[in-house]
Design a protein. Structure first.
Length: 125
């Protein structure tokens, strides 16, 4: 869904995007490990460092086009903008099966009460 020019997700929409997001984030975390090793071995100015940085930038662009934000390169934590109480976010971590609400307990409770995980309802305002 697009609201005020930006993408916002229901939990169902975020979960539907996970196959592609999972693939991208898996590649990103692998490249991040490679980048840390290259930095340890050669510093920030080597052809390998530059190649990895270009690849990471391409993957980040792909995630931005989907509408989500990679919060942690090492752990593979992704935020999905959503309209839910308390400025919480829908969050997913590499290895998890589904997106979940994070931010504060009031938002998590509002999502549970609304039954968003089990319906196709619009995001809670």
């Amino acid at each position: 869904m697009v609201t005020r020019g930006r993408v916002v997700f229901t939990i169902e929409e975020a979960n539907r995007s996970l196959p592609l997001v999972r693939s991208i984030v898996s590649d990103v975390t692998g490249l991040w490990r490679d980048l840390m090793k290259v930095r340890d071995d050669y510093g920030n100015s080597s052809p390998e460092h530059d190649r990895i940085m270009r690849e990471l930038a391409e993957y980040i662009q792909e995630l931005q086009e989907i509408g989500c934000h990679l919060r942690d390169f090492e752990e593979g934590i992704v935020d999905f903008p959503a309209i839910i109480p308390g400025d919480a976010a829908l969050t997913w971590r590499l290895g998890e099966e589904q997106v979940s609400a994070s931010g504060n307990s009031a938002a998590e409770e509002a999502i549970a009460v609304a039954g968003i995980e089990e319906t196709d309802e619009e995001p809670v305002d």
